[in-house]
Design a protein around this ligand. Structure first.
Ligand code: T3D
Length: 263
């Protein structure tokens, strides 16, 4: 299917997804949000896709909601904002968090509003040194959505999260890395090569175990310790039943490189 606003291709087990409305800094209108949802649904089912690399075309990663769509033109009715959040963004965040494969985000430029929070919902976030993160919402009288109020305080603590949301100041990639918001900062020209290398590395790791790590981490965000220990017990039993676990142990004992198949 031709997808104008979200490019997707699968190569060497890596599903590469590029937001593609560079003229408006890859901001989302409904059509683009639906295209991303359909790409993510395809990736979830595609067994050959063992890691996902999300990035943006042009100088930005994503400027969040297309504000022209959010208010409607002069004389047109106010857009139903709750419906936009529910139909456009919530399914994207759910797909990123529930797809049991590693999501890498290569933030190539500014990530604002929902764009920032889509990036932060990914498992591993790399950013160009020229990128920035902006909880833009309160600047226009909105509150953070797309999981921002859930992930941000858990990533950087309540104090920083509150300041980022209320002040809506851009955070540089270096600052973001220092405060634990993202994993790594790259020189701009090295961002994509480094992100691809990491995505390929992850695609050849034991995919089921990585997916179960993600499930355990999702649950750890809301569980107490006894509940989480029970989750670990249950998921460890599942991991131990995979072919990749047998291969990992066999390779270790034979002192050779493991050949993980993702099963
Ligand atoms: O429906 C709902 O609203 C609910 C859902 C909410 C989710 C959200 O994401 S709300 C937050 C929406 N996003 C923003 O408020 C960010 C708006 N953009 C900016 O603040 C700035 O553009 C940036 C800080 C991201 C980048 O600034 P700068 O100076 O590098 O670029 P620019 O000149 O502002 O933008 C370049 C072009 O992109 C410009 O168009 P032009 O003048 O060249 O024709 C600008 O209008 C356009 N653009 C940037 N962001 C958006 C946008 N067009 C529509 N929507 C945008 N979000």
């Amino acid at each position: 299917m031709e997808r104008q606003w979200v490019r997707y291709h699968l190569e060497q087990s890596v599903a590469r997804v590029t937001l593609n409305r560079p003229r408006v800094l890859n901001s989302f209108h409904r059509g683009m949000a639906h295209q991303l949802q359909s790409v993510l649904a395809e990736i979830q089912k595609e067994e050959r896709a063992r890691s996902i690399l999300l990035t943006g075309e042009g100088r930005a990663f994503c400027a969040g909601q297309d504000l022209a769509e959010a208010v409607g033109g002069e004389g047109s009715p106010q857009a139903d904002i709750a419906a936009i959040v529910r139909d456009s963004y919530n399914p994207i965040i759910q797909a990123i968090r529930t797809t049991e494969k590693p999501f890498l985000c290569a933030v190539n430029g500014v990530a604002a509003g929902a764009g920032a929070n889509i990036a932060l919902a990914c498992d591993i976030v790399l950013a160009s040194r020229e990128a920035s993160f902006l909880q833009a919402f309160s600047k226009i009288g909105l509150i953070p959505d797309s999981g921002g109020t859930f992930f941000l305080p858990r990533l950087v603590g309540l104090s920083r999260a509150t300041a980022m949301m209320m002040l809506a100041e851009p955070i540089s990639a270096d600052e973001a890395c220092e405060m634990g918001l993202i994993y790594r900062v790259c020189e701009p020209e090295k961002l994509l090569p480094e992100a691809l290398e990491l995505a390929q590395e992850l695609a050849h790791r034991p995919t089921r175990a990585l997916g179960l790590i993600k499930r355990a981490l999702n649950q750890s965000l809301v569980n107490d310790l006894p509940a989480q220990l029970a989750v670990e017990e249950q998921l460890q039993a599942m991991a131990a039943r995979t072919r990749d676990f047998r291969e990992g142990v066999a390779a270790f004992l034979a002192k050779r490189k493991p050949d993980f198949q993702g099963r």
